[in-house]
Design a protein around this ligand. Structure first.
Ligand code: BTN
Length: 324
């Protein structure tokens, strides 16, 4: 971690209280002048830091940004978020994550305030303005490539748990859209690089319309999408949200490595908005209507079609239909 981030971490831990320049200098093994320079850079980044000659520095206000120093202060994870790559704006955190994946440690996080070429599932565009949470986590699990969707399910459960901890009734629409009151608030795009039976890396991209104004949504998604701010009636603290999400993700990933997928799938099923619904599934080759009666152990959707046939759908887009 850079010295500037370490200074910030200490100020955040003691927010509202004084930390002396001398103490910071000795803890970080640099001069008091160096500390003073880092404080000034932080001020330029929007941190309001009070200083007095004898008493030291005190953090008064933090900017609403998802900078590494902000997220790492008090972050309790073992793997995810140890290394954070932050961008004010980037084309797509998934693109960056795929570019660096081979050279960085498992758990590295790429996060941006906005994306210019956000990628969605099935080749769609993903609108990513400021106020949202756009992030990608790089993982290197020792599992077969055919089991990679398990990691997407794990991410869906982590997001859903996090939204619920903010007091909102999140559910999961198959395969991995997170809904609040029937409207989409989050999408997940997993990209994988693998040899025949070995995964090099998985990039899990998560896009959450956090403090985004729903009036700014394009017409095609206006009726079917929402934001955390809209559902809550107020802005949420994005740093707290990201920290909680990384902690949930980290905890579930460790559990997955130790105990396997069973309990995670069970939790996914309990959070499912799709099981029990009449759905329209569109795959690359066909459209199928039926009742979603479950998901199998790999996460494929089990459908009972109108003529009583059972079908398993591995990939496709899913629309919930109103019951007649
Ligand atoms: C979907 O179509 O539902 C998936 C959307 C995934 C969007 C996220 S935002 C962060 C990451 N970077 C991207 O370009 N896409 C994913």
């Amino acid at each position: 971690m850079k010295i500037k981030d370490k200074v910030l971490e200490r100020l955040i831990k003691k927010k509202g209280m004084r930390v002396s320049g001398e103490q910071l200098a000795s803890e970080l093994s640099v001069s008091r002048t160096a500390i003073w320079k880092h404080i000034n850079v932080l001020r330029e980044e929007g941190y309001m830091i009070d200083s007095s000659t004898n008493l030291g520095y005190s953090l008064i206000e933090t900017p609403d940004t998802l900078t590494p120093g902000e997220i790492k202060a008090g972050l309790k994870t073992e793997i995810i978020g140890k290394d954070i790559r932050y961008f004010k704006e980037t084309e797509s955190t998934n693109i960056i994550a795929c570019e660096i994946a081979e050279k960085v440690d498992e758990g590295t996080l790429v996060i941006a305030e906005s994306q210019t070429q956000g990628r969605g599932r099935l080749g769609r565009k993903w609108i990513s303005p400021e106020g949202g949470i756009w992030l990608s986590v790089i993982l290197k699990p020792k599992i077969l490539p055919l089991h990679a969707p398990r990691i997407t399910f794990l991410a869906g459960v982590s997001v859903s748990r996090t939204i619920r901890s903010f007091g909102l009734p999140a559910k999961i629409k198959w395969p991995n859209d997170i809904l609040i009151n029937g409207k989409k608030v989050c999408g997940i795009l997993t990209e994988i690089r693998a040899e025949t039976d070995l995964i090099d890396y998985i990039v899990v991209g998560v896009g959450i319309d956090a403090n985004v104004d729903t009036e700014s949504f394009p017409d095609e998604i206006k009726d079917s999408s929402t934001s955390l701010k809209k559902e809550k009636g107020d802005k949420i603290n994005r740093v707290d949200f990201v920290r909680k999400l990384l902690e949930e993700f980290d905890g579930l990933y460790l559990k997955f490595r130790k105990e396997g997928f069973k309990s995670i799938l069970e939790e996914w099923r309990n959070m499912s908005a799709t099981i029990g619904e009449w759905v329209k599934i569109s795959t690359q080759t066909r459209t199928i209507y039926g009742e979603a009666i479950g998901v199998d152990n790999e996460g494929a959707l089990i459908l009972e079609t109108g003529d009583g046939q059972i079908e398993k759908i591995v990939a496709g887009s899913c629309e919930h239909l109103r019951r007649t």
